[in-house]
Structure formats: C-alpha cells, structure tokens
Design a protein around this ligand. Sequence first.
Ligand code: HEM
Length: 158
Amino acid sequence: MNAQTLLLSLLVLHLTGLVIMAGTTFVDFTIFKTFWKQFDLDQGKSQGILQATSKSSRWIGIGAALLVLTGVGMMAITHGAFGEQTWFRIKFALVVILVLNGILVGRRLGTKLRKTMTDGGGNISLQISSIRTNLNLFFFAQLFLLLMVVFLSVFKFN
Ligand code: HEM
C-alpha cells in the first residue's frame, strides 16, 4: 500500500470516527429533549427514556479514540506537515476542549442526573433544574465545537 492510499484509508476511518462521535452526541441531545418533555408531563415515565442514553458514552469514546488514532496516523504519514499550520493548531486546541468538556462536564452531569432520578427523594424537579440548564449548555457547546473542528479541517485556513 503506498503512502497516498494509506493516508486516504486513514481519512475514511477518521471520518467514520467523526460520524460515530458527532452522531451519538446529536442523538443524545434529541433523546434528552424528549426526556425533559416527558419529565414535565409524567416524572415516573420519563426514567425509561434516560435508559436509551446508557451506552452513549462508550460510543462517543470509541468515535473519539478512532479520530485521535487516525489523526495521529495521518500526521505521522505527512511527517507532521499539518502541525505547522494555523488551522491545525486551533483545531487541536478545540479537540482538547471538546474531549475535556465531554469527560469532565458531560459525564458528570449525566451521572448526577441519573443519581437524582433514582434516589433524589422529595422535590426532584427543583434538584434537576440546574442540571437541565447545564446539560443544554453542554450539548450546545459540544455540537458547536464539533462544527468548528469540521469547518477548520475542511477549509484548512492558514
Ligand atoms: C473531534 C475531533 C476531530 C474531528 C471532528 C475531525 C474532523 C476532520 C475532518 C472532517 C477532516 C477532513 C478534511 C478534509 O479532508 O477535507 C479531518 C482531517 C484531518 N484531521 Fe481531523 N478531526 C478530529 C480530530 C483530529 C485529531 C485529534 C488529529 C490529529 C492528532 C486530526 C488530524 C487530521 C489531519 C492531519 C487531517 C488532514 C488529512 C488530509 O487532508 O490529508 N484530526 N479531520
């Protein structure tokens, strides 16, 4: 396999990682929207909806790992040529923020929400109202960052 074919194969896997990560994040966002709607109507029934997101963090992790591994592979094949370029430096910083936001903010909020729903006791609505606001902000941030990363990767501004 020559270097050009290898680079294109890695790019295909890179885009597969993007589809898995961004797709799962977007579907999660829509499931959470359905959850909040149902929560306002019937708290008891809403819990089942949350179950639909239980495997999401694994898929997002798989997508992110595929993106990083293939990204590093493409950098190796091109001998780090992209590393000198402005678009790549900004992209890399955004990817770091994206991953940290996912692990430190998103995962924590998801766990907190599930915990409050199962053993929150009395007034759950009051307890989860801040989680609701923060989760919405989290999803907007992740989807916006993903869009910016794709934008930079495609236009490759210098
Ligand atoms: C959320 C994370 C990421 C997303 C959404 C993403 C997205 C993309 C997209 C859409 C392209 C295709 C551009 C095109 O061919 O027009 C691309 C290319 C590229 N990505 Fe990523 N990427 C991510 C992470 C990374 C990481 C972590 C690295 C490196 C460590 C990396 C390195 C590269 C390189 C070198 C290319 C250029 C390949 C080429 O044009 O030959 N990416 N990325």
